[in-house]
Design a protein around this ligand. Structure first.
Ligand SMILES: NC(=O)C1=CN([C@@H]2O[C@H](COP(=O)(O)OP(=O)(O)OC[C@H]3O[C@@H](n4cnc5c(N)ncnc54)[C@H](O)[C@@H]3O)[C@@H](O)[C@H]2O)C=CC1
Ligand SMILES: O=C(O)[C@H]1O[C@H](OP(=O)(O)OP(=O)(O)OC[C@H]2O[C@@H](n3ccc(=O)[nH]c3=O)[C@H](O)[C@@H]2O)[C@H](O)[C@@H](O)[C@@H]1O
Length: 450
């Protein structure tokens, strides 16, 4: 990818799944980038060229960035002082004991950055936040003569590099809004120009730029994730009806997806959504909506959440039912631990929830995954982990496919059938070839399927 006409000096604060990829992408675009994090371990890994998590394409991009001299990493926030533009990418997890977002890292990262800001520099918030957060931060930033903008991120794990370098759209929220619509003040207009320079390569390629006010930019992100989550739960609700009615949710989704007004994406029924974002983001959105007095969106998203979590419980119930009501002593192998394929992220993973629930009910659970097992090890000692797929299959009395990695989707049912002790498969992602598995003598159970 060709670089911008005038490279910027950029800091990226918080080098997790989002920040690491953003730092690497900004360097790939030709900017001078320093990634900053409070974790010594993480920064040491990154500085040595080792990707701290599994993300396709990241190792190559990281190595290239470091070799170009345009990418470095530090735990010292003072190194941000030379940057013109600071992207804040720290975590905003669910608070313990409530549905609201925990904004402590965001405020603390901004506070320590303040002494290193100078007039004209720009702070761009990328973390996902409840609407109104930017207004609370802007006073802090403007006190230092700098400008705050909100620039939410829409990348998906597993496709993070491509999503960062070729986004569907770039959204920038600025602080000044006049009655006639968003229009930038002097500070905001300079900040907007800085963001245009940061993303020049993509803008030249025609990527849409949406300039709006701060709360709308924050809401775009929350609404996008709420909508995606709602689509998935909608299809899981349809799957419930389909299953009871003897219909097939896979065919239903295909037919719905051909409608241009609906489109084919996020219609896959299954054990539901997980990860570090959709679940906590809909909860934070609902909590903030409630604070603002908007009861209906909070109720809608509570229902989306309930349907989603219900999918995990239902598959556990179905496995128990298969064994005549009790899984005690039954050997069940769960295929997949990550919340989605091409990622090692196990945050709020449906696969882990299901494996743990089966174990609690007395089942002997083996969990396998091509990338995520190092993240599971130590955290869930009750689960028996098996890196080799063949070993995981051996003597299993039933399989639960929880994460649709290619090696599971393409698993040969005849070969698998020779390894297991019982030929029953619960396809939690409706991704197996039902006919081929049935023909190989398996009892196939999908979700929302006959
Ligand atoms: N993971 C994803 O695919 C996406 C995440 N987001 C949002 O981006 C934000 C970050 O998410 P992830 O990267 O997934 O989280 P993460 O937990 O992987 O990374 C957060 C990083 O921030 C660091 N950190 C915490 N406090 C800090 C401080 N004061 N100064 C510097 N670094 C600090 C942590 O050590 C950690 O490395 C969240 O708001 C999330 O909702 C948005 C789009 C995509
Ligand atoms: O805010 C974020 O962090 C990101 O959250 C999601 O991205 P991500 O969580 O990486 O993964 P998705 O591909 O959206 O999948 C989320 C979950 O939904 C599930 N899913 C997805 C699609 C579908 O049809 N059905 C379904 O159950 C997946 O298995 C996975 O567990 C959004 O897609 C990104 O745009 C957003 O930037």
């Amino acid at each position: 990818m060709s670089g911008p006409t005038t490279p910027l000096s950029i800091s990226v604060i918080g080098c997790g799944y989002l920040g690491t990829v953003h730092a690497v992408a900004m360097a790939a675009l030709g900017h001078d980038v320093v990634g900053i994090d409070v974790s010594d371990e993480r920064i040491a890994l990154l500085a040595s060229g080792e990707a701290p998590f599994f993300e396709p394409g990241l190792p190559e991009r990281l190595t290239a960035g470091l070799a170009s001299g345009r990418l470095r990493f530090s735990t010292d926030i003072a190194v941000a002082a030379t940057a013109d533009l600071h992207f804040v990418c720290v975590g905003t997890p669910q608070s313990e004991g409530s549905d609201a977002a925990d904004l402590r890292a965001l405020f603390s990262a901004t506070e320590v950055l303040i002494p290193h800001l100078r007039p004209g520099s720009v702070v761009a918030g990328k973390s996902t936040v409840p609407v109104g957060t930017a207004a609370r931060l802007s006073g802090l930033v403007e006190g230092a003569g700098a400008t705050l903008v909100w620039n939410p991120e829409f990348l998906r794990e597993g496709r993070a590099i491509a999503d960062s370098l070729s986004p569907d759209r770039i959204v920038v929220g600025v602080s000044a809004v006049e009655e006639s619509g968003p229009s930038a003040s002097a500070g905001s207009s300079g900040a907007l120009n800085m963001l245009r320079r940061a993303y020049a390569t993509m803008l030249e390629l025609g990527t849409p730029l949406v300039v709006t006010d701060l709360p709308t930019a924050e809401l775009v992100k929350g609404a996008a994730n709420a909508y995606l989550a709602t689509r998935i739960s909608f299809m899981n609700a349809m799957a419930d009806v389909a299953e009871r009615a003897g219909a097939d949710v896979v065919g239903l989704a295909e037919a719905l997806g051909h409608d241009e007004r609906i489109g084919p994406h996020y219609l896959r029924a299954g054990i539901g959504f997980g990860g570090g974002c959709l679940p906590k983001d809909i909860r934070a959105f609902a909590a903030r909506a409630t604070e603002l007095g908007a009861a209906a969106p909070a109720a809608l998203l509570a229902q989306v959440d309930e349907i989603n979590l219900g999918q995990r419980a239902r598959i556990v119930e179905a496995v128990a039912e298969h064994f005549g009501g009790s899984v005690v002593g039954r050997r069940v192998t769960v295929l997949g631990a990550a919340f989605k394929p091409e990622s090692d992220d196990i945050r709020d993973s449906p696969a882990i929830d299901i494996a743990r629930a089966l174990h609690r009910l007395g089942s002997i659970v083996t969990l396998t995954d091509p990338a995520a097992l190092p993240n599971v090890a130590g955290r869930y000692p009750e689960l028996s982990l098996e890196a080799s797929l063949d070993h995981a299959l051996r003597d299993a009395e039933c399989l639960v496919l929880a994460t649709e990695w290619a090696e599971y989707r393409l698993l040969d049912p005849v070969r698998a059938g020779a390894l297991v002790a019982g030929r029953t498969v619960f396809d939690g992602r409706n991704c197996l070839d039902r006919e081929a598995w049935s023909a190989a003598g398996w009892k196939y159970r999908g979700i929302g399927r006959r």
